[in-house]
Design a protein around this ligand. Structure first.
Ligand SMILES: C[S@@+](CC[C@H](N)C(=O)[O-])C[C@H]1O[C@@H](n2cnc3c(N)ncnc32)[C@H](O)[C@@H]1O
Length: 325
């Protein structure tokens, strides 16, 4: 065998084993079994080695296999991959991983609510724009605070646990303008795009899938505008469209890790030059202001910053907020 391919296959097997043991274990038994099974299966590893390097990641390969019918045990995944490889490969090449987690709004809400209202929301890395709709969801905080949209409870109900000293929002935000920027926006009116986004949710995560479906239905009723483009290029121009009589809030969740450190700094400078406020919800390693807060605790792996000042730890999916101490 060509040594380059063999080096590639060893790397693929190791990457899938690591994914199974570190990311999927305890989170998705299906993906854990698939990743470990695949790492020990040279025939399937050889197939994956024919993919471009950027297209070999488990999340993409497994979602594509499920798109073509794979469910259940590793043996069923293997059958789908071997028997339907042409279709699965085409799906892998044509599509990409993507997420949009509306539940992050529950962790952002306390910080949006404390700003002068009304708000003009500008989200960079907005995906389908589901986090641009915080005023259309219902919230249930574990201190007993319940908040609902003006027209009644939403089909999307977001629960959030508050750590000691972390206050629930006193009100729903009043949003008068909203816009997003994303390299690859998910058009919420497109059935195929919606179905693929749902497929990227891991198999056992029925609650996330149900929430995503419900949030997409809310978004479809009045879709937020998400511009296709790079956040660094589009931010100043898009921000200039926000109305003057509202507080501009530039915000983002789980996005800046995709930029290199120089571009993260360039982004921070761009936001600082704008009027209004900056709300950041990113992994603690992403910005220098938060690296001292890195902890070996998944629920504290993200940090919310307001105008560059760390304010709270956040569960990456918005399930909890915790104090920084
Ligand atoms: C992990 S998703 C998070 C989506 C959403 N913010 C959420 O919290 O659910 C990251 C998003 O950032 C977008 N993205 C990454 N780099 C970008 C860039 N340079 N400009 C605009 N969008 C970008 C991706 O297309 C993707 O939609």
């Amino acid at each position: 065998m060509d040594p380059a391919i063999s080096l590639g296959t060893a790397g693929i097997a190791a990457a899938y084993r690591a994914f199974g043991e570190r990311e999927a274990r305890g989170v998705s038994p299906t993906y854990e079994a698939w990743a470990i099974g695949l790492s020990e299966d040279p025939d399937v590893v050889d197939l994956l080695a024919t993919l471009p390097r950027g297209k070999r990641q488990p999340n993409l390969v497994f979602a594509a296999a499920r798109w073509h019918g794979a469910v259940g045990s590793y043996r069923e995944l293997r059958t789908t991959l071997l028997e339907r490889w042409t279709d699965v490969r085409q799906t892998i090449l044509a599509r990409a991983t993507q997420t949009n987690e509306a539940a992050r709004c529950a962790a952002l809400l306390p910080f949006l609510a404390e700003l002068p209202q009304p708000l003009a929301l500008l989200e960079v890395g907005a995906s389908a724009g589901l986090c641009l709709l915080p005023d259309r969801y219902s919230y249930r905080y574990d201190d007993g605070t319940n908040l609902d949209p003006d027209d009644g409870a939403s089909d999307v109900v977001l629960s959030c646990a508050l750590g000691p000293g972390v206050s629930a929002p006193a009100r729903m935000p009043h949003v008068v303008w909203r816009a997003g920027i994303d390299l690859a926006p998910v058009p919420v009116a497109d059935d195929d795009a919606r179905a693929w986004l749902e497929m990227l949710v891991w198999p056992e995560h029925d609650d996330r899938r149900a929430r995503l479906r419900a949030a997409l239905a809310v978004a479809r009723r009045d879709p937020p505008h998400v511009l296709a483009g790079d956040l660094l290029e589009e931010l100043p121009r898009t921000a200039a469209e926000a109305p003057d009589n509202a507080t501009l809030v530039v915000f983002h969740s789980a996005v800046l890790a995709y930029l290199d450190p120089a571009n993260r700094s360039a982004f921070a400078e761009e936001v600082a030059a704008l009027p209004g406020h900056w709300l950041s919800n990113e992994g603690a390693r992403v910005f220098p202001q938060t690296t001292h807060l890195v902890q070996d605790d998944a629920a504290r792996s993200f940090v919310v910053m307001v105008d560059g000042v760390p304010r709270a730890y956040v569960d990456p999916h918005g399930r909890s907020l915790a104090p920084l101490t």
